[in-house]
Write a protein that binds this ligand. Structure first.
Ligand code: SF4
Length: 69
């Protein structure tokens, strides 16, 4: 199990990339996000943990930040 799984705030434990499911920390999640030009869920949760974003693209993140300011 990953040493930083407690650090990750992602609640999708069914995701095979979630650090709870392997020992590679954030690597797999970040690799996927970079490939898809997305922002990891932990950044959204840092802004508002209660609100589910419309999407995870860079633009979705920018819009999320502006709405939550
Ligand atoms: S980058 Fe991904 S794996 Fe790492 S803490 Fe954020 S959501 Fe979790």
């Amino acid at each position: 199990m990953s040493e930083n799984k407690s650090f990750c705030t992602c609640t999708d434990l069914g995701c095979p990339l979630n650090p709870a499911n392997h020992n590679k920390g954030c690597d797999l999640c970040i690799q996927k996000c970079l490939k898809l030009k997305e922002i990891p869920s932990c950044f959204f949760k840092d802004i508002n943990a209660e609100k589910k974003p419309d999407g995870y693209t860079y633009r979705d993140f920018a819009d999320f930040v502006l709405r939550e300011e």
